[in-house]
Design a protein around this ligand. Structure first.
Ligand code: ZN
Length: 318
């Protein structure tokens, strides 16, 4: 028996009700559904047979080498768009979006933690002002902080730990953005004092070589010597664990730094779950993991994840 569509098989916007036969026709029906453009979860219905509804879903934005319109002022590199601001407005827009993405990813710790964007004119770092949560940040709550801690632009006080950003940017000319959060999963994981293993795609970013850890203090990075020590401990890596404190990540642009923070939090959660369930017996071998990392976390993939989270983030409300 063929599928019996009660609705027209025309425009995808229309809702179509499909009758699924039971018994021997189930396999054929499953094949037809799988080969269609419709999105749904027909398995349960295939078991019981009967009427159910399939709804078309809008296709995600196609992969693009161009920056989204709000970043049209950003530069390009060999891999397409790189979200490097060309002016103050673009830097502020990036800083706002970075906060919103971190909020959507569950990285907020009330009013603490901050992403930053390197100032295109070399004056310092654009970052949220202190006293506000990630989801509360809009363009009026972003400041430009100099390496000496002076607020050069914008209203509101700077964070005490601005030196995390300015010292890493000073040590690493390749870094265009830095993120610091108080990821609970990262603190829980760091307390175990075991290597972070490649148990999932996210974990492949933080091994071979192992992610460094900052052992000097679990307290605030509140002076230049601590900022420089943190930058030294980070070295050429893209992320570092701060035991009893949180994480710091760095990237060539904001999507890379933010997504690295999101993925580090995920990798820690994955390993915490595995270790809680029993001894960890299997993880990625070096060759396989290094090859996978290049595939799954290419800059374009990081941007795609960042844009997805940005679409999930609510708009800031005052
Ligand atoms: Zn902190």
């Amino acid at each position: 028996m063929p599928l019996n569509a009660a609705g027209p098989a025309g425009p995808r916007e229309q809702e179509t009700v499909v009758f699924l036969p039971s018994g021997p026709q189930v396999a054929a029906a499953r094949q037809q559904i799988a080969g269609s453009v419709w999105h749904g979860a027909p398995t349960a219905n295939l078991i019981t047979g009967g009427l159910f509804t399939l709804r078309p879903h809008p296709l995600p934005p196609p992969p693009s080498a161009e920056p989204p319109p709000r970043y049209k002022w950003c530069m390009r590199d060999d891999e397409g768009a790189r979200y490097v601001p060309a002016d103050d407005g673009a830097a502020i827009a990036l800083a706002v979006d970075g906060c919103r993405v971190l909020a959507a990813a569950g990285q907020a710790d009330m009013v603490w933690g901050h992403p930053s964007v390197r100032d295109p004119e070399g004056r310092g770092a654009w970052m949220k002002s202190s006293g506000w949560g990630f989801e509360e940040i809009d363009a009026g709550r972003v400041v430009l902080v100099s390496p000496d801690g002076e607020v050069l632009s914008g209203a509101g006080p700077r964070h005490i730990e601005y030196l995390i950003h300015t010292e890493i940017m000073a040590a690493r000319p390749d870094v265009g953005a830095v993120v610091h959060t108080h990821s609970p999963a990262a603190c829980q994981f760091a307390a175990l004092d075991v290597p972070l293993l490649p148990l999932d795609h996210a974990g492949s970013l933080f091994c071979y070589p192992s992610i460094p850890r900052f052992a000097l203090t679990g307290g605030l990075i509140k002076d230049q010597s601590l900022g420089r020590a943190l930058a030294t401990a980070l070295g050429a890596a893209t992320a570092i664990l701060l035991p009893q404190h949180g994480i710091v990540t760095a990237g060539p642009d904001l999507p890379a730094a933010v997504m690295t923070a999101v993925l580090l939090d995920r990798a820690c959660r994955t390993q915490l779950g595995a270790m809680a369930a029993g001894p960890v017996r299997a993880w990625g071998a070096e060759d396989d993991t290094v090859a996978k990392r290049a595939d799954v976390w290419a800059p374009r993939q990081l941007r795609a994840g960042y844009e997805y989270l940005l679409r999930q983030a609510p708009s800031p409300a005052r």
